[in-house]
Design a protein around this ligand. Sequence first.
Ligand code: PMV
Length: 306
Amino acid sequence: EAGERYAACGKIILLGEHAVVYGRPAIALPIPLAVEAMVRREGQGINIVIPRWGLEQPVHANTQGLSGILAKILKDLDLDRENMTIEVFPHIPRAMGLGGSSALAVAILRALDAQFDLGMDNSRINELAYECEKAAHGTPSGVDNTVATYGTPLRYQQVDGKPIFRDLRLTEPLQLVVGITGRESLTADTVAQVRNAWTQHPDRYNSIFDQIGSLTEAAEQALEQGKLGDLGDLMNLCHGYLNALQLSTPELEELIHIARANGALGAKLTGGGGGGSMIALCPDNPDAVAQAMQAAGYETLSVTVG
Ligand code: PMV
């Protein structure tokens, strides 16, 4: 029978990436309809199909990557002996720091929930998506799966290992342009790189995380009071610290330069860094900024949040 598609959000980290892994707050914004998924009860065994990535493979325990992670989830849900095809439709590029892996997990969980009447609420879906994130990249803060599940702008923090988050109220929709470097980056690698530096010099790096944390607190106020000029400054400062953590690349720097030169109020890398994507705050001129990035050979994504 024709299945129905279930959607999940991607995310943009406005401020606070990496520091959020060390208990500081982060602000994350949803990218609506980032991934859709559909489950059909058909065929032999369990297969996953992602037409856009040319991927079609059986879901097996003891395999690496997506298929192995899915196998574990299906076992936990007691669905591992069913016959089904899981079809996934990603609408954002992968490994670009936009939360694609969490969105994929949440969309699949929603489609499974509907097809098998599992009665999962958002909190259960969020919990399972977090397990997928852990399997995919070690020590995630949990911000990606939370935004993918709830789909609202959030302040997110881990306190004593537990996620604490609340909705942020925007005074007006926020216009962002995402500049995509095209250079895939594994969050697991950049998180490990930062952890390595922190392990060797905890005091030095804790003070950088504190600085990022206080910029994030200030940004929360700027956002809720509609002070976009302030917010842009805070984004620029935050990028300076991310640069200090050696998370930037020549492509990210070029995109940031283009954004600022074309009138963006602020610009910074977003997510894991080391490639991936950057964001520019452009309330008045998103098209001009996007076109300048495209003219330099980059793909862009224009996002209105709220
Ligand atoms: O690269 P992304 O989109 O998965 O973002 C990662 C954000 C980090 O703070 C670097 C890691 C995390 O788990 O929060």
